[in-house]
Design a protein around this ligand. Structure first.
Ligand SMILES: [Zn+2]
Ligand SMILES: [Zn+2]
Length: 339
């Protein structure tokens, strides 16, 4: 079956970090981290509605201006999510420019600042030169975006400052059994999406679902009971899961948080700025080594590990980073143990 999420790193592994995820069935995309994005085609960036920022070190946030410039005259509500202090960071970037002549611009930024206990949100509309309005707060329970088809969870990780790790999870998939559909004698169509939506919303099993189709110039209709169709036609399978972890230290506490967040992911995208030979340097700078990335991926039972965000001092050769991480992931290289 075709995956719902198509992930792509936005730069080469020595460049600024960032993960672009196309949501195949929704015609939209998500972006995790805002490093340099000016080489991405504008058409792909216009698919963004939600952008998640791990922390605002320059290599993770410098793309903000480029995104803002692209979206400025667009009719769009663009949501940005980030760590404690994020609202001030965004407002600080906005304050660096002069804003007049944009009263008619419909763009609205909505910034969500994720604290350990509460999520603060504020709207910054272009028409008022980004003056904050509609401030609100809600308790933080780990989930920062809950959509009908997927959700995004986050955890505060330690990078000497909070660095947010993210998990993107597709909700349970509902697939149609083709042989049962044939037996029913009704062609596939939009009505199947309505059936799936009704099942997801747990509507009453007696709810009527109407299949409508055209053949030989005539419109046909047949009504079914939701409960009967669900049991006969649909199979539930687990959805896809992607995880993104950058700029964080290898401590016991952090390891536990990361494992909880990324558990069982289909792909974990994980930073490893250093190799095991420079483990002390990694610890000093609150970063991971490739071996530690492999250790985390193995402990969390992920299916695939993609490590990236490598230090440029390694002469642009990604091979040792990948080899070390994969060896620790497979168990050929002993797991690192937090200090
Ligand atoms: Zn970084
Ligand atoms: Zn950093």
């Amino acid at each position: 079956m075709k995956p719902a999420f198509i992930p792509r790193l936005i730069n080469h592994p020595f460049g600024d970090p960032g993960l672009y995820v196309e949501l195949r069935y929704l015609g939209q995309a998500l972006l995790f981290d805002l490093g340099r994005i000016d080489r991405r085609p504008a058409t792909s960036l216009f698919k963004l509605h939600h952008v998640f920022v791990s922390h605002t070190h320059m290599d993770h946030f410098i793309g903000f201006d480029h995104l803002l410039r692209l979206f400025l005259a667009r009719e769009r509500d663009l949501h940005l999510y980030g760590p404690p202090g994020f609202i001030e960071n965004v407002r600080g970037r906005l304050a660096g420019y002069t804003w007049n002549l944009i009263e008619s611009y419909p763009l609205q930024l909505t910034v969500h600042e994720i604290g350990p206990q509460r999520v603060r949100s504020v709207a910054l509309p272009a028409r008022t030169a980004f003056t904050p309005e509609q401030e609100s707060e809600r308790p933080f329970d780990g989930v920062i975006l809950d959509e009908p088809d997927y959700q995004v969870r986050t955890a505060h990780l330690d990078h000497k400052i909070p660095s947010m790790g993210f998990a993107l999870e597709e909700k349970t998939r509902l697939n149609v059994r083709p042989e049962r559909l044939d037996a029913l004698g009704v062609p596939a169509g939009r009505w199947l999406n309505e059936l799936k939506r009704a099942v997801r919303e747990q509507r009453d099993p007696d709810t009527e679902i109407v299949a409508e189709w055209r053949s030989e110039g005539e419109t046909h209709r047949r009504a079914f009971q939701l409960g009967a169709l669900r049991d006969d036609l649909l199979v539930e399978t687990a959805g896809q899961k992607l995880a993104y972890v950058v700029d964080t230290i290898f401590t016991r506490d952090n390891m536990q948080r990361i494992c909880e967040l990324v558990q069982g992911a289909d792909i974990l995208f994980c930073e490893s700025l250093f190799l095991d030979a420079e483990r002390d340097e990694a610890t000093k700078r609150h970063h991971l080594t490739a071996r530690q990335a492999g250790t985390l991926a193995r402990a969390a039972g992920v299916k695939r590990l993609e490590n990236f965000h490598f230090s440029s001092r390694y002469e642009r050769n990604p091979a040792p980073f990948r080899a070390e991480a994969q060896a620790a992931f497979r168990g050929d290289l002993a797991a690192d143990v937090p200090d």
